[in-house]
Design a binder for this molecule. Structure first.
Ligand SMILES: [Zn+2]
Length: 334
């Protein structure tokens, strides 16, 4: 049973019941989350030392009820309450059949959401890079990244607090942007690493180590696909407006990456990714958001959102072109 309750604010957000069948255990990702947390692009002084790795499972959703009208989630990372997170960690669950139904390249809906967006908005030579594997892998990383980085924080005056309590109404948009952008950073971090499995433990080594029997953790070809799929995904979320946390978070990321010339607008009104610049832009935005969260700096959060969460000209160019695409699906939150 999923029960999203903001206990400390005594504010019930929504409730949802889900009956699920466990399919696959991805507990090795727990250890990878630990590596990510240790290596996050932020000052070491801000890094959480008490992040508790959580189990990650891929399941089939059998039945759900409650406040489930509207967008169907494909993954969740609960609980939200930082006291419980600090004590017990979070648990991340991927709903594989829901995700496949919505986004698989063989499904009707995938073909009618991300593919048409790519065909209209992404420069022709990069369109083939938009694929389901990249999308699904980034969704997993998005959920993992909700669980890492600052949660319980120490304020400059010595008080202990939480990111949610300090950033208040700005928290959701910034947290969604964090999960997305740090999710991209995290995938890049894994590429070039190798995974060593021995009994129940794993470890990661840089790929320049020559170790017998190891394999690339993630295919390097996934990296380009991931950035271009992310570009198409930006338009998918933003066309539903900038009033909601996911849309706001996505606009922040798109406009930041565009400003850093990681996304390029061409004369035919299509976009492409500059692979030489995107890595640095993803890292700089990850650092910006993580640092604001670690400081609980609401003023900086407000300035960042004011500057980047707006309908800029390149976004309007893309959205104008997307008006012709039939809306066959509601927005899918991750
Ligand atoms: Zn999320």
């Amino acid at each position: 049973m999923l029960h999203y309750v903001y206990l400390r604010l005594h504010l019930k957000h929504l409730w949802e019941f889900g009956m699920t069948k466990r399919q696959l255990n991805l507990n090795y990702l727990v250890i990878i989350c630990g590596f990510w947390n240790k290596n996050l692009p932020m000052d070491d002084a801000y890094k959480s030392k008490d992040v508790i790795a959580a189990p990650i499972r891929v399941i089939q959703l059998v039945y759900n009820a409650g406040d489930v009208k509207g967008p169907q989630t494909v993954a969740f990372n609960l609980p939200n309450d930082e006291l419980i997170v600090k004590d017990r960690g979070t648990s991340m669950v991927m709903l594989k059949n829901v995700s496949e139904a919505k986004y698989s390249s063989i499904s009707f809906k995938f073909k009618h959401i991300l593919q048409p967006i790519a065909e209209v908005c992404v420069k022709e030579e990069q369109q083939k890079l938009v694929d389901f594997d990249s999308f699904f892998t980034h969704t997993i990383c998005h959920e993992c990244c909700h669980g890492i980085g600052p949660h319980t924080i120490r304020l400059p005056d010595g008080r202990e607090s939480t990111v949610r309590l300090e950033l208040q109404e700005l928290h959701s948009a910034l947290e969604e942007a964090k999960a997305d952008i740090v999710g991209l950073w995290a995938l890049k971090f894994l590429i070039g690493q190798v995974i060593i499995l021995s009994n129940d433990s794993i470890s990661l080594l840089s790929s320049h180590h020559s170790v017998h029997g190891v394999q690339d953790l993630l295919s390097k070809s996934l990296l380009k696909s991931m950035y271009v799929s992310f570009l198409a995904g930006c338009f998918r979320s933003i066309r539903f407006g900038l009033e909601e946390a996911h849309g706001k978070g996505q606009a922040l990321q798109f406009n930041w990456l565009f400003e850093k010339e990681a996304f390029i607008l061409h004369s035919d009104d299509t976009f492409s990714v500059d692979f030489a610049k995107v890595e640095g832009a993803v890292e700089s935005l990850s650092r910006e958001i993580l640092t604001i969260q670690a400081r609980g700096d609401k003023e900086a959060a407000s300035l960042l959102l004011q500057k980047y969460c707006k309908m800029t000209k390149p976004l309007m160019v893309a959205l104008q072109k997307l008006e012709d695409i039939q809306k066959v699906d509601e927005m899918c939150f991750a």
